[in-house]
Design a protein around this ligand. Structure first.
Ligand code: FE
Ligand code: FE
Ligand code: FE
Length: 189
């Protein structure tokens, strides 16, 4: 085959290969990220009861239990969005949430019965909320851009709950828990 003909044939081959490989669009990214947060929420459903059980402060236990109930609703919202997309609700392992919850488990172990345990649990919970806030903010914006106002509204509802939880935890941290840890320490010294 002449050099030029060969070149043309190669060019054709690349073109068909490109056509066969569907381009990855924003809608694909949206679905992948939905799977990521669906995995994360299900992981959080398993983690929150452990944190509530470990916490000493009544207010912190109440905050964890309240957010556990909210999280159940958040999982249902995500399932509604999968349905809108005509896709099965399926999670995709999220190493970020695995890492954040591993850190929380480490604190529960290392600070067991310690005065600073609640402060550590609180900080771990806030790391979780901040991951979720980042994901839901992104997903809400993408849903708007993709012309899915109903999905955007559901994602905003969850985002509001995550932000409210983050604020509650900040208030608990600054008002009681961190100070209690110090006082208990001083009293024991
Ligand atoms: Fe959540
Ligand atoms: Fe992730
Ligand atoms: Fe949350």
């Amino acid at each position: 085959m002449a050099k030029r003909a060969k070149k043309r044939a190669n060019k054709r081959k690349t073109a068909t290969r490109r056509a066969r490989q569907a381009p990855k669009l924003l809608s694909d990214l949206f679905l992948e990220t939905l799977k990521d947060i669906y995995f994360a929420e299900n992981k959080i459903l398993k983690t929150l009861p452990k944190m509530a059980k470990a916490a000493h402060s009544k207010d912190l236990v109440a905050a964890f239990n309240k957010h556990l109930r909210e999280t159940q609703g958040q999982v249902r919202r995500l399932e509604q969005i999968f349905k809108m997309l005509g896709k099965p609700a399926r999670g995709k392992p999220c190493e970020a949430i695995n890492g954040i919850t591993d850190e929380g488990a480490e604190i529960m172990k290392d600070f067991k019965n310690a005065p600073a345990l609640d402060a550590g649990l609180l900080a771990a919970a806030q790391a979780v909320e901040h991951y979720e806030i980042s994901r839901y903010g992104t997903l809400r914006t993408w849903a708007e851009e993709l012309g899915m106002p109903d999905a955007a509204r559901l994602l905003q509802e969850t985002l509001d709950e995550e932000e409210a939880t983050d604020h509650t935890l900040t208030e608990l941290a600054t008002s009681v828990i961190n100070l209690e840890a110090e006082e208990e320490y001083r009293a024991a010294a």
